[in-house]
Design a protein around this ligand. Sequence first.
Ligand SMILES: Nc1nc2c(c(=O)[nH]1)N[C@H]1C(S)=C(S)[C@@H](COP(=O)(O)OP(=O)(O)OC[C@H]3O[C@@H](n4cnc5c(=O)[nH]c(N)nc54)[C@H](O)[C@@H]3O)O[C@H]1N2
Ligand SMILES: Nc1nc2c(c(=O)[nH]1)N[C@H]1C(S)=C(S)[C@@H](COP(=O)(O)OP(=O)(O)OC[C@H]3O[C@@H](n4cnc5c(=O)[nH]c(N)nc54)[C@H](O)[C@@H]3O)O[C@H]1N2
Ligand code: SF4
Ligand SMILES: [Mo]
Length: 732
Amino acid sequence: MPELSRRRFLKISSASIVTAGAAGSSLAALARTSGATGESGLRQVPTFCDICFWKCGCIATVREGRLWKLEGNPLDPLCRGRLCPRGTGGVGALTDPDRLRTPLIRTQERGAEKWKEATWEEALTHIAEKMKKIAATHGPEAMALFSHGIGGTFLKHTLKAFGSPNIAAPSFAQCRGPRDVGFRLTFGEDIGSPERTDIENAQCLVLIGSHLGENMHNTQVQEFATAVGRGASLIVVDPRFSVAAGKAKYYLPIKPGTDLALILAWMNVLVTEKLYDVEYVTKHGHGFEAFVAALAPWTPEWAYPETGINPALIRATAREMARYRPATLVHPGRHTNWYGDDAQRSRALALLNALLGSWGRKGGFYAPSTMAVPDYPYPEYPKAKRPKVDNPDHKYRFAHETLTTGIREATLTGQPYPIKGWLVYATNLLQALPSEAETIRAIQQLDLLVVIDVVPSETAGWADVVLPESTYLERHDELNVEVFKEPFVALRQPVIASPHDQKPNWWIARQLAVKLGLESYYPWKDIEEYLGARVKEAGLDFAELKKHGLIRGPREPLYFEDGAPAEFGTPSGKIEFYSNQLQQAGFDPVPKFTRPEAGPPGSFRLLFGRAPVHTFSRTHTNRVLSDMMSENAVWVNAAAARRLGLKSGDRVRLRNQDGVLSHAVGVKATERIRPDCVYLVHGFGHTARGLRHAFGKGASDAQLITRYKVDPLMGGTAMNVNFVTLEPAERA
Ligand SMILES: Nc1nc2c(c(=O)[nH]1)N[C@H]1C(S)=C(S)[C@@H](COP(=O)(O)OP(=O)(O)OC[C@H]3O[C@@H](n4cnc5c(=O)[nH]c(N)nc54)[C@H](O)[C@@H]3O)O[C@H]1N2
Ligand SMILES: Nc1nc2c(c(=O)[nH]1)N[C@H]1C(S)=C(S)[C@@H](COP(=O)(O)OP(=O)(O)OC[C@H]3O[C@@H](n4cnc5c(=O)[nH]c(N)nc54)[C@H](O)[C@@H]3O)O[C@H]1N2
Ligand code: SF4
Ligand SMILES: [Mo]
């Protein structure tokens, strides 16, 4: 790893470099990765990270039976030998003294966080009996599973075998759903995760609220550092002067919620000045003339009062994008549930990329590939008697994944049919879904809530049964058959044994199935048997996979010019500048801008996002990471703070439009944010008493998000629609 690029990677993040400094692994180290203890008394095991869902390959070094350090696996194309600070800090997940140790069964009313310890036999028998009772009374579809990440694979299998189709993750309706819908409507394909963005080859990169450097998805940040390092032109649009904005040639401090107006005006400039890729659009486009006609009114002068961005700057940035096309990448974003018109805003981003000809082109969006690893030959699942509950009558026409909040709604209303049991795996619904009150009300309707977690989260606090999982460093998981720039298969394998009575998800899912009388769905007895069978079927060598942690496959062409097929999975088979699908469903065939509703006078719009050393709400109890950032601060524009008589370091509480009051936090008075909004890092302000280290530290954006707007195309829940005022607080 050249030292220079590693430094750049660190510089891009605003994190302390303490833990990240340990990152970077040598090939010599890899030679020792067989898992056997070497001469030095060190044992190294390759596996992949789970502190977030990027799944970077890592090498764990164990010394005298204890995990000593985690480094990037140099063979892994995702991490290229370097973990992000969170990945390195994964050591703290293992040693967290607040970990769940044994199964727990509730002894008092829901939410009291009072349980008795149970054996796995007792806990699983209890769950299976309840599930059977629910199925007998309401049908098996009345059981739902919320699950986030690869660890949910086997529980999904068990639930499908049980006969329920109601399985959802917050990664759609609370995260990337609008983006994938917007791009699918335009190009006929999702963006996927990892995103198919060719950041490292972009000549011009446009980030619209994608705050790379704080959002630490590893490959993206490394490629971002490469692009910045070689002088790529960077345009950043954000109401907050993010870490990325600090590297930008053009920074556009947009009025929150008005990006669609800016994107329409940019497209207007590209079309009226004929700066778009005429050849590409002619060859691949559908409905271009109707699109051009629809764009006519959306001039930079029209967009100015909406966005606060000067027309000259709108023109200059549109021309800058055109100058470098097709190697101009307008980043599609990831967390895109913002203001309620998000699928249309994402579609506008897709259209802007289409005008620049960047889809399928170097420095734009590459064509990903994957290795052929056949699924395990399970028996066929029983046919669910009723359709999924989350999207009745296909109300959200363009939702192509299950809506968490749709399942919650059905639980609340009993419509279209009642949901009576939730299995919740590795998702903290009370932090991840908007409106904590609705989640709690839905939980009150349940006959069974089972939470499978590593720590006693807020959601676990409401559970009837809590099951303690082994951490990712103590277990196997499903194979990661990655869809990426180059194909590879990666293995998660245990580095160390679980310290208490924790069990891996595959074991829990299998045992539960056995108790439910579904053993025939688990022809394999042990995870290695399962993984080995899949790997063998793919013609790969399991021993090699265990030794190196991954096996790479041959690269495929990435760009149209290299032979990647220029095919679009839309109804017209082309890039849909005008969408007949949308028009037929009663939506705008070319996106239109609607002005976001303003908040109460004197209030600030509440914005939120990521910090480099934390993941969502899941790392605040990790001592290594929380030592670097134990509390969030509320960013307030310096002039606005002065008007309120506040200065940096003062303690305040945030009160939202519905009267909800946050924990006390420090003020960060700064020029780096517009005066009409404030900003919090997501995931703080824990209220679960068992999270002793995180309890009461910082303010929770989730608690303040009592309102949300639902995207009419796909049912995503937009959360940037809450407003707060600030009140002085006594020092905690
Ligand atoms: N207010 C607000 N809400 C948001 C967001 C936001 O920024 N603000 N972001 C949205 C986005 S983009 C996303 S992707 C989602 C993320 O939503 P979630 O994935 O639900 O994220 P977390 O809140 O971190 O909850 C993860 C839970 O998994 C547990 N966990 C961690 N490791 C393991 C493990 O190995 N096994 C098991 N069984 N459990 C484990 C953690 O302890 C924690 O309780 O949230 C969405 N919701
Ligand atoms: N360290 C770390 N990295 C992560 C994660 C993590 O938990 N921790 N989570 C990962 C996941 S699953 C996701 S989805 C991503 C999320 O990260 P991103 O996809 O980058 O999305 P957001 O978190 O929504 O972005 C928040 C940014 O948008 C800005 N913003 C708010 N409103 C507006 C607006 O109206 N217009 C514009 N232009 N900007 C606006 C905010 O000021 C902030 O800078 O991060 C990923 N990377
Ligand atoms: S980006 Fe960081 S936390 Fe996420 S998988 Fe990679 S190293 Fe782990
Ligand atoms: Mo996300």
